[in-house]
Unconditional design. Structure first.
Length: 166
């Protein structure tokens, strides 16, 4: 069966590639600001918003497995930005909270981010901002909804999940 690649399909692929390049600051292994990576900041921010956060909630927020979450949190604990406590309800479970130093770093990174976020927002015409945000939200939801069908092999092969939806 021959698959037709439409110009709109190419446009979506191009948008995905450009989005990926545009958010390169969010790569897990690159220092973002205040000597923390973007992923580490997401952890600091999640803990700050909740005051304390259990590791299970953090697994869900990061969409990674337990061992990866533990590995991502470890440098923050080592730098004394986060403290890991045993949960009151279960000695196997852990909760995280920010230290005073962690709160300070969290605030500094937010200040660093705000100038960037506001500059990006100001590049979008004011009358289009809500429309753009809604469009991006819809696109993200669509991507999340079909992420389980991503290709795992050659198109047309039994191993390729994509071939069932083309």
């Amino acid at each position: 069966m021959k698959h037709v690649i439409l110009s709109k399909d190419r446009e979506i692929l191009s948008i995905m590639a450009e989005l990926s390049k545009a958010v390169r600051c969010c790569r897990q292994d690159e220092v973002f600001c205040e000597d923390v990576t973007y992923t580490q900041f997401i952890i600091l921010d999640a803990v700050a918003r909740n005051h304390t956060l259990n590791m299970a909630s953090l697994h869900d927020a990061l969409s990674v497995d337990k061992s990866t979450t533990t590995r991502l949190v470890a440098p923050l604990i080592k730098r004394n930005l986060i403290v890991r406590d045993k949960a009151d309800h279960d000695s196997r479970a852990a909760t995280l909270r920010l230290t005073e130093a962690g709160s300070a770093v969290h605030g500094k990174v937010w200040r660093c981010l705000l100038s960037f976020i506001r500059a990006v927002r100001n590049e979008i015409p004011q009358e289009k901002r809500e429309e753009v945000l809604e469009g991006v939200r819809m696109f993200l939801t669509a991507m999340q909804n079909v992420s389980a069908t991503r290709c795992e092999g050659d198109a047309g092969s039994v191993r390729c999940k994509c071939s069932t939806i083309l």
